[in-house]
Design a protein around this ligand. Structure first.
Ligand code: ADP
Ligand code: MG
Length: 262
């Protein structure tokens, strides 16, 4: 396998090359190539089961690829090159890489036994990035940014879904990642709570970070994304600007999907 590193990919925030993944005999990713430029917002759309979560999870090695590789900010993820072969990194190195990538899950995944504030301070304290007092100060700032200053001492179960997801976003920001991955961040929410979460992501898009958002919110993608990727059955069917992919889709599968979600 030839690994493209150096000038070709150093400028990309994320480079996915020939990503393949099967579960049993089901091939879920069938050779995905994708380049994500720094500071941009990429929306990934596609039917349920098309491989969106698997692809996103592969970017921070929550899923191990069967073939191909991912480069984030010039660094291979989860593996390193020994001779001309890719070998798995040690768990500690994988954790270090993961700490640089924010991940926001569909179902929030907050620690239920920790308060909102503790959820946000957990990573910076446990990784040793910040002493407790500084982590607390930063967490309070982040909670203010997502409009939840008054919930610092509450437990997740006492919050609405929209509030929980905003805490999850504050938690993802706690280690100040330049890259944040969102896996259907509003799909588990009641419709009236979707807007408050999208508003937080919209503001984040203006901070120069690189955001990758798997979403069915076509209006949001159209408004906020720089780049739209349509995935179906484990392949990138088409990608381009929101105007191209959402306004003038070239493929029947994209048109069919859009007609169902719009
Ligand atoms: P999407 O996020 O686009 O809905 P996923 O990436 O979650 O799709 O899943 C793609 C396919 O892979 C689905 O058929 C799903 O059932 C299957 N799949 C995902 N994760 C696993 C797993 N851990 N074990 C077995 N099958 C899985
Ligand atoms: Mg999914």
């Amino acid at each position: 396998m030839s690994i493209v590193t150096g000038t070709g990919t150093a400028a990309a925030a994320v480079q996915i090359v020939g990503a393949r993944k099967s579960f049993g005999d089901k091939q879920v990713l069938k050779g995905i190539d994708l380049t994500i430029e720094p500071g941009t917002v990429t929306a990934i759309l596609g039917p349920s089961g098309s491989g969106k979560s698997t692809l996103l999870r592969a970017v921070n090695h929550l899923e191990k690829l069967d073939g191909g590789y991912v480069v984030v900010d010039g660094e291979l993820i989860g593996v390193h090159l020994v001779g001309n072969r890719l070998k798995e990194l040690h768990e500690k190195q994988i954790l270090r890489q993961r700490a640089r990538i924010g991940f926001v899950f569909q179902n929030f995944n907050l620690f239920p036994h920790l308060t909102v504030l503790e959820n946000v301070t957990e990573a910076p304290v446990s990784t040793g990035l910040l002493p407790k007092a500084a982590a607390r100060e930063r967490a309070l700032e982040l909670l203010a940014q997502v409009g939840l200053s008054d919930k610092a001492d509450a437990f997740p179960r006492h919050l609405s879904g929209g509030q929980q997801q905003r805490v999850a976003i504050a938690r993802a920001l706690a280690l100040d990642p330049q890259l944040i991955l969102f896996d259907e961040p509003t799909s588990a929410l009641d419709p009236e709570l979707v807007g408050e979460v999208l508003a937080v992501i919209r503001r984040l898009a203006e901070t120069g970070r690189t955001l990758v958002v798997v979403t069915h919110e076509v209006g949001f993608a159209r408004e906020v994304a720089d780049h739209v990727v349509f995935l179906d059955a484990g392949v990138v069917v088409e990608e381009g600007t929101p105007d191209d992919v959402l306004g003038n889709p070239q493929h029947a599968r994209t048109r069919d999907f859009l007609s169902r979600v719009l």
